[in-house]
Design a protein around this ligand. Structure first.
Ligand SMILES: NC(=O)c1ccc[n+]([C@@H]2O[C@H](COP(=O)([O-])OP(=O)(O)OC[C@H]3O[C@@H](n4cnc5c(N)ncnc54)[C@H](O)[C@@H]3O)[C@@H](O)[C@H]2O)c1
Length: 275
């Protein structure tokens, strides 16, 4: 992947999973990379373990805070003179039915997943327009194309990311800025171990994840970078996610029926108590 040689890239949520794999792949392919994450230990670990220190900066960053995001973007520009890519990747999940979520649960998810992407766009897009080039890559999810029950706040945030990315892609085209939305299916990361769950039995949720249909974060990162190089509008990762998205477009009633059946089963198998 030589196309990233000397390109300057920021990756958020780079301490784990897809973001970490993206950062490592970009470094291996010759990019100058700023890896940012809210988790200080993960940032320390990246700094300690990377063999490519000369092209790597790692920093603690909360994507929900616009001032912090703008500072990282501005520092990257003043240090390297340009910004070629921003991967707005940081994300969290609250696994819960909507009836069990407080307003703060909704806010937490929207503030990281949707406002985090908006903050990245608001900080990087004007810079890229002024440069006349740049590529914004926003991580959504298959849940940004297909509504899943049990994660309503996540679905709301990820549909927002897909919509924002599509509209911005049109605005950016004649200004030299490319925009891509990434929609992975199940990727084998820490997200389901670290996420908040309300009235869901975490062990059973993890047990029931479609592991045979899942992908490693490294393979996912490779698929993402391949799609980015082709300037794809949408990168849907995993065969299962591609199938589900196809079903949603042509047979939405069938998908709703499948989701309804699945929800009924999880209410019996995974719900800790009836509320
Ligand atoms: N794993 C999957 O199955 C899957 C599927 C579809 C989409 N996604 C999306 O991919 C992205 C990466 O997820 P992952 O699976 O690699 O998860 P992960 O939990 O392994 O990594 C996410 C990283 O984001 C960081 N983070 C969380 N909140 C942050 C904040 N406010 N500011 C900065 N960093 C923050 C975490 O510390 C963590 O290191 C997310 O947007 C997620 O929604 C994941």
């Amino acid at each position: 992947m030589k196309d990233f040689t000397d390109k300057v890239a920021i990756v958020t949520g780079a301490g784990s999973g897809i973001g970490r794999a993206l950062g490592e792949a970009l470094l291996r392919s010759g990019a100058v990379v700023v890896l940012a994450d809210i988790n200080t230990d993960r940032i320390k670990d990246i700094i300690a373990s990377s063999v490519l220190q000369d092209r790597l900066t790692a920093c603690v960053l909360d994507v929900a805070d616009f001032d912090q995001v703008k500072k990282v973007v501005d520092e990257t520009i003043s240090r390297h003179g340009r910004l070629d890519y921003i991967f707005n990747n940081a994300g969290i999940v609250v696994g819960a039915e909507a009836r069990d979520c407080s307003i703060n649960d909704w806010r937490d998810v929207v503030n990281v997943n949707l406002m985090g992407v908006i903050n990245g766009v608001a900080a990087a897009y004007p810079v890229m327009v002024a440069q006349g080039f740049g590529h914004i890559v926003n991580t959504a999810s298959i849940e940004g194309l297909v509504p899943f029950p049990g994660t309503c706040s996540y679905v709301a945030s990820k549909f927002g990311v897909v919509g924002l990315s599509g509209a911005l892609r049109i605005e950016g085209r004649d200004l030299g800025v490319k925009v891509t939305a990434v929609c992975p299916g199940h990727i084998d990361t820490r997200i389901f171990y670290d996420s908040k769950m309300i009235k869901f039995d975490r062990e059973k949720v993890i047990e029931r994840l479609p592991k045979s249909l899942s992908m490693t974060p490294e393979r996912c990162a490779a698929e993402i970078l391949k799609g980015v190089m082709k300037n794809k509008r949408l990168i849907v990762v995993t065969a299962a996610a591609k199938w589900l998205w196809w079903m949603q477009r042509f047979f939405p009633g069938v998908v709703q029926w499948m989701m309804q059946k699945n929800l009924a089963k999880s209410r019996v198998d995974m719900r800790l108590e009836e509320g």
